[in-house]
Design a binder for this molecule. Sequence first.
Ligand SMILES: C[S@@+](CC[C@H](N)C(=O)[O-])C[C@H]1O[C@@H](n2cnc3c(N)ncnc32)[C@H](O)[C@@H]1O
Length: 369
Amino acid sequence: MCCQTFMCSLSLSLSQTLSNSLSLSQTLSQTLKLSLSQTLKLSLKLSNSLSLKLSNSLSLKLSNSQTLSLSPFAAGGAGTGRMFYLIGLGLSDEKDITARGLEIVKRCDEVFLEAYTAILMVNSDKLEAFYGRPVTVADRELVEQQCEERLLLPAKEKDIALLVVGDPFAATTHTDLVTRCKSLGVPCQAVHNASIMNAIGCCGLQLYNFGRTVSIVFFTEQWRPDSFYAKMKANKDMGLHTLCLVDIKVKEQSIENLIKGRKIFEPPRYMTVNQCAKQLLEVEEKYGEGVCGPDSLAVGVARVGCTDQRIVFGTLSELVTVDFGPPLHSLVVIGETDEIEREVLDMYKIDDSTPRVAEEPDDLDVHCT
Ligand SMILES: C[S@@+](CC[C@H](N)C(=O)[O-])C[C@H]1O[C@@H](n2cnc3c(N)ncnc32)[C@H](O)[C@@H]1O
C-alpha cells in the first residue's frame, strides 16, 4: 500500500468494540475489514504471534507480546511488514532512543546497528536487553556494500530497521540509503533524534553562528589531508564557528592485510581533541593564514549528552594538554562571539583543576557497540 493511500486515515469499523487491547492466547490469522474514513488509532496487545490482513494489501505481522500502534502519521505502510526504517539513537546510551523509535524496533523483523560512524557509551548487548530483541551489529561493509541484499531488498517483504547513533542524517552517509530505497521501490522512513550537530550548543556557542562543519581524519606518514583548512578559513572570514568532527577507525584493515586480502582488523581508534588540535596547528603552520594557530580560541567537548560529558574552553595550544577522557570527542574553533556566548564559554574556561594529559595519549581504545 502506498504512502498516500495509507495517509488516508483509517477508522476501524468492527461489529464489536476493539477498545484498548486485545489479548489472544494463540496464533491468530484473521481478516479484518477496515473502512477508510478518519483517524485510526488501534492498539493491539498480543500475547502470541498475530498476522492481520487489512483491506487491500496492508498486512501486519507482530511477534510476541508487542504493542502495535497504527496512526495515520505512520504513512507509507508502517507496520505493513515492508518498510526500511532509519532510527536515530541519540548520543548517550540505550535509553536515548525515542518512544516512537523503540516502538518500531520492538516490532521490526530484523534490527541492525550501524557501528562505524559513531558509538554510544554502551555495548550492543545493553541495547538488546533494553529493546528485548536481538540486534545485529552492521559494519561498514554490510551497510555500504551489502546494503541492497541485507537491508533494502528484504524490506520489500518485512520491516527492517537500521539504528544509527545520533541522528541518521547528521554527519553520516545514510542519505544514500534513502536514495537507494527510492530507486529500488522500497518504502523508507526515518525516526530522528539528537545529534552532535545540535547538541554542540551545550558549549554555549549559538548554532546560528556555525559555518561549514569539517571532518578531521587521522594523519599518516603519507597522507595528511588538509582541505578542511580552506573551509575553516571561509568560516572565519565570516566570523563563524567551525565544528570539527574527528576521525573514528573501526574494523579497519592495515594496508598490508588489505593488499593480501586478509580479514584481520586493527583495534578501534578514536581521535582525541588533543590529536585534532595538534593536526590543526600543523596545518596552520603550513598555510599561516591565522585560522587555527596556537592562540586561536576553541572549545573541546567529549561524550556530549552523557552524564560525564566534558567541555573545556581555551586556546588550541592549551587544549592540546587537556585530558578529555573516553570518546567521542569534537572540537570547535571559535569565530566571533556575542556577550552570551562569551559568558557561557567562561564557565568552561581551562584552569588549574582541568585534568591534563601526562603525555600524548594513545588513540583511545574503547570497545563500545
Ligand atoms: C560521523 S559523525 C556521526 C554523527 C552522528 N550521526 C550524530 O548525529 O551525532 C561522528 C563524529 O561526531 C562526533 N560526535 C558524535 N557524538 C559525539 C558526542 N556524544 N560527543 C562528542 N562528539 C561526538 C565525533 O567527532 C565523532 O567522531
